[in-house]
Design a protein around this ligand. Sequence first.
Ligand SMILES: Nc1ncnc2c1ncn2[C@@H]1O[C@H](COP(=O)(O)OP(=O)(O)OP(=O)(O)O)[C@@H](O)[C@H]1O
Ligand SMILES: [Mg+2]
Length: 233
Amino acid sequence: MSPPTGLFLSFEGIDGAGKSSHLDALAAWWRARGRSVCLTREPGGTALAEALRALFLGQEMDALTEALLVFAGRRDHLRAVIRPALARGEVVLCDRFTDATFAYQGGGRGFDTAVLAQLERWVQAADDAGGALLQPALTLWFDLPAAVAAERRAAARAADRLEREDLAFFDRVRSGYATRAAADPQRFVRIAAEQPREAVWAQVEQAVAARWPAASALPGSAGQPGGLAGQGA
Ligand SMILES: Nc1ncnc2c1ncn2[C@@H]1O[C@H](COP(=O)(O)OP(=O)(O)OP(=O)(O)O)[C@@H](O)[C@H]1O
Ligand SMILES: [Mg+2]
């Protein structure tokens, strides 16, 4: 039997939006429906990309250097982890992807998004000439006011280099996400992330079930036509 079609989902949003809180739950949701899950993150996801992440988060540098490091890591992550997992028919859940580069370096730092778009084309195209640009099939954008996210972060942990930026920076990052979402409304679903945890989860589950209706049936559940059959696409 051929494996199901791999599915690529990304979680986006400013620091403290609640992405990590829901990644594990969505992984469990897919596993309950018979799917193998590849849980990964950016910046990072491979040994090389995690080393680049540590440099990126640990040292001062300009926005182009940030973007080059992040896209270099992304190239390795795509080749070593994401594309192979999709080829095996897995569900890839990625904690941040390229939209974050547009939001943080483009929106937050005010860096030229045309340069980011060029890097995106180089890094995410398949190796064969004319290969399509790989993007997530669904991007869950956890959106909330910067001040609410800052309160959550303050309660949760010590800040890294980017998390020490001020509220105005995170407002610009949020706008960067909004711009990116408006440009690709088919791919993005906005999650109202200021709501209580359970309400946020309900939105996540609803968005995923709406995108892949055949996959939302639990194995063996009555009255769900199709069940696991034909849920590949
Ligand atoms: N809906 C919610 N209501 C209140 N607090 C929440 C909610 N969701 C998550 N939190 C809390 O907010 C903090 C940040 O959540 P989380 O780490 O999931 O955010 P994140 O988007 O992954 O952040 P980062 O981008 O920095 O990794 C955590 O302490 C978490 O427990
Ligand atoms: Mg997180």
